[in-house]
Design a binder for this molecule. Structure first.
Ligand code: NCD
Ligand code: ZN
Length: 346
């Protein structure tokens, strides 16, 4: 087996960069490996207008260390008051690449999300007309629905109706966590794709709960049972271009994770590529890694793949930092629970 792999420079199709001190600390972790990323708009307050997205983009670029290159692909946070014209002009200028739908209350900073889906119909129709992608956080928030069923119910109650009533809308179902979601994507026409995170390929719900509660494995959508993890692995390894990497790397400082009401999110930017190489190697599918990390997502978004490459070299177990220091406190890096052997160099 070869111990060197040249990989076209990857993209991250779902990333949380935050703002201020955390942005400054985590941005290099992504920019070191990834050329571009779809940047989530769930700041406080959220990035709702084109003007806010332009200002956030400027703050990201200002936080980028000298000598690093990185292109933030900006998104707008869909609210019931979103103005279709503002969305269209932010897309026409090339600033905004997608609109993000959070059901109200679904996850971190989603209070301004959508409760009444009829009220965003006009925006969705405009997006379909101009070819702007919709990214969805695929969970319902109905308190009656068990947290482990929220993705499945979202597909029936929200996603399928939106897709049927808005023909031509290109949708990314983000961070899928169930076999049902993978099947739904496979059965759909080419206007639907899904991102898969690194951590959902590694952990199931036992990792969160057995032998003590592990706050750094808690994220949303929450990891499901092992059969679902295996279904996601199958989708990621399959070479099917409708499944591609969106890390959902979601930094929270330790004080906010290790708490009686800990925040959802796994921070995987630092070691994502080493973890993925380890998994794809173990499954005998290293030749499929580049499609998942560096080709399929760009194709779905209608962009060219990146020109540059990274080199992954297999060697002794890596010693990666356990935490990233920020001026607001440390952020714990996701621990896959197995040794990593693939070092990433430019
Ligand atoms: C994300 C965050 O922290 O912003 N958390 C998470 O668990 N994934 C929000 C999200 O993408 O749901
Ligand atoms: Zn996310």
């Amino acid at each position: 087996m070869s111990d060197t792999l040249i990989l076209r420079r990857p993209d991250d199709w779902h990333l949380h960069l935050r703002d201020g001190a955390v942005l400054r600390a985590v941005l290099p972790e992504t920019a070191r490996h990834f050329a571009r990323a779809i940047v989530m708009p769930n700041l406080v307050p959220p990035v709702v207008t084109g003007a806010q997205a332009a200002a956030y983009r400027d703050r990201i670029l200002a936080a980028l260390p000298e000598g690093m290159t990185f292109e933030p692909l900006m998104t707008l946070y869909l609210t019931e008051d979103t103005n279709p014209e503002d969305v269209a002009s932010a897309a026409a200028s090339g600033l905004v690449r997608a609109v993000k739908l959070y059901p109200a209350g679904a996850t971190t900073n989603s209070a301004s999300g959508v409760a009444d889906f009829d009220r965003v119909r006009g925006v969705l129709e405009r997006m379909a007309g101009i070819g702007l992608h919709l990214c969805v956080h695929g969970e319902v928030t109905d308190p009656e629905i068990d947290i482990f069923d929220r993705e499945a119910v979202f597909i029936d109650r929200v996603l399928d109706p939106i897709r049927r009533t808005t023909p031509g809308l290109r949708v990314v179902m983000e961070h899928i966590t169930t076999s049902g979601a993978a099947d739904y994507v496979r059965a759909a026409p080419a206007d639907l794709a899904a991102t898969i995170t690194t951590h959902h390929l590694v952990i199931n719900r036992n990792h969160i709960l057995v032998g003590g509660i592990r706050p750094h494995y808690y994220c949303l959508p929450v990891a499901k049972r092992e059969s679902h993890r295996l279904a996601l692995l199958d989708a990621a390894l399959s070479g099917d271009a409708r499944f591609f990497l969106g890390t959902d790397s979601a930094p929270h400082v330790d004080a906010n994770k290790q708490s009686a009401c800990g925040c959802a999110g796994c921070f995987t930017a630092t070691n994502t590529l080493s973890i993925l190489a380890e998994i794809f190697e173990r499954e005998g599918a290293l030749d499929r890694l580049e499609g998942f990390t560096s080709r399929f997502g760009a194709a779905f978004y209608g962009m060219a793949p990146n020109d540059g490459t990274l080199t992954l070299t297999r060697g002794d177990a890596l010693r990666l930092p356990e935490k990233i220091e920020t001026e607001d406190g440390p952020v714990t890096v996701f621990d896959p629970g197995f040794p990593l052997h693939w070092r990433v160099t430019p």
